[in-house]
Write a protein that binds this ligand. Structure first.
Ligand SMILES: NC(=O)c1ccc[n+]([C@@H]2O[C@H](COP(=O)([O-])OP(=O)(O)OC[C@H]3O[C@@H](n4cnc5c(N)ncnc54)[C@H](OP(=O)(O)O)[C@@H]3O)[C@@H](O)[C@H]2O)c1
Length: 350
């Protein structure tokens, strides 16, 4: 029997790395784990840390920058050369660049009935300044969503195997808000909440993927890790001194009594990702987001909650992504010399 192949994007830190650790703690022998990371030095450090606690584990590395079209297509080509199957694809890499914390909205929220939701989702208090990638795409959209979409499209042959199920698992967020997403501006060029928009987009895409691919035994799910202290969260307040975060931690533990979404550690945040690994994908609800939750006493559990999405919008969004894919492939062909050109002719059009 071949080992199960699991690929995790953004695996070198935070929730992605914690997931890898948890997967190996459950089953060192039966897994081939591939860490797909943009920075090979950080990826190597993560691999060494995993092997230190699981010396016999099979942990491979793969260079991939999800914000770069050529990098994603090259990585997908490499995956198809290395593996003839892919059982789990964790779409976890993500950014929230140049985050701005709206202090006024925060204090307004504290004295409103929305206080718990504000703490649980970050709704209304976080905006970001987005950039543009070398491919001309909005950075947050490209990194969090579009690079992953292209990866799935490229990996169709190893993901869709008759009679053998494969799972796509997205690290979304409860910060995914319908109000931040616009079908006429899918990259969120005109707004100030590209992160929320990209996460809402992943919820929509997951639903569309289920509609399209379930008959080929490929299933997609989304999770929210809760509020976790990682590089991403620390970057929201970069000038905040480290000791202040330490001072704040007891406050966060206290908040957990009122909202179980304060999972705080990457280990806890990875709960739903790990839980999904053990589920039969056919039994999952494509309209639900699976939340990592931690009780006041520190017990972890996973809970599905209905997402604010609909089939019609998800299908319309998928069509827009296909159009954009055609455009970027065309541009890439024009840019690359023939010898370096796309390794594959691209996936079947849907
Ligand atoms: N922390 C939270 O409270 C929270 C809440 C909801 C959702 N999430 C989601 O959880 C996921 C993991 O984030 P985290 O909290 O664990 O933060 P993190 O420690 O910063 O992890 C993010 C990972 O994504 C990688 N990454 C970023 N840009 C990339 C790119 N262009 N190509 C490839 N990899 C890239 C990072 O690599 P580098 O080390 O090279 O930067 C890192 O490995 C993200 O999707 C995030 O949106 C987090």
């Amino acid at each position: 029997m071949m080992n199960k192949v699991v690929l995790v994007t953004g695996a070198n830190s935070g929730i992605g790395l914690a997931l890898c650790e948890r997967l190996l703690s459950q089953d060192t022998e039966g897994l081939q784990l591939c860490l797909a990371c943009r920075n090979m030095r950080r990826a190597q450090a993560a691999r060494s840390a995993l092997l230190a606690s699981h010396p016999t584990a099979q942990v491979a590395l793969l260079q991939m920058d999800t914000s770069n079209i050529f990098s994603v297509i090259s990585a997908a080509h490499e995956i198809k050369l290395r593996y003839c199957r892919l059982d789990y694809l964790y779409l976890n890499a993500g950014i929230m660049p140049n985050a701005q914390f709206d202090v006024k909205a925060f204090f307004k929220g504290i004295f409103s009935s929305n206080i718990i939701t504000m703490f649980a989702t970050g709704e209304g208090i976080l905006t970001q300044k987005d950039g543009v990638t070398s491919d001309g795409l909005q950075d947050v959209f490209a990194t969090n969503l579009f690079g992953h979409f292209l990866l799935i499209r490229e990996l169709e042959p190893v993901l869709c195997r008759a009679g053998q199920t494969s799972q796509l698992i997205w690290t979304s967020s409860s910060n995914a808000q319908r109000s931040a997403f616009n079908l006429d501006d899918i990259q969120h060029q005109r707004g100030t909440q590209p992160y929320s928009s990209s996460k809402y987009a992943s919820d929509l895409l997951s639903l569309a993927l289920n509609t399209l691919y379930n008959k080929q035994d490929l299933y997609s799910s989304v999770i929210c890790p809760g509020f976790v202290m990682t590089n991403l969260t620390y970057s929201i307040l970069p000038s905040f001194p480290a000791f202040l975060w330490t001072v704040l931690m007891p406050v966060f533990w206290l908040i957990r009594i009122f909202t179980n979404t304060f999972t705080l550690t990457p280990y806890n945040g990875a709960e739903a990702l790990f839980w999904l690994f053990k589920q039969k994908p056919e039994s999952l609800d494509p309209q639900a987001k699976y939340h990592s939750l931690t009780s006041g006493l520190g017990n972890n559990y996973t809970q599905p909650r209905k997402m604010d999405i609909d089939l019609e919008t998800s299908e319309a969004f998928y069509e827009k992504l296909l159009q954009l894919e055609n455009e970027v492939r065309k541009k890439l062909k024009e840019k690359q010399p023939a010898s370096q050109c796309l390794h594959s002719a691209g996936p079947r059009s849907s």
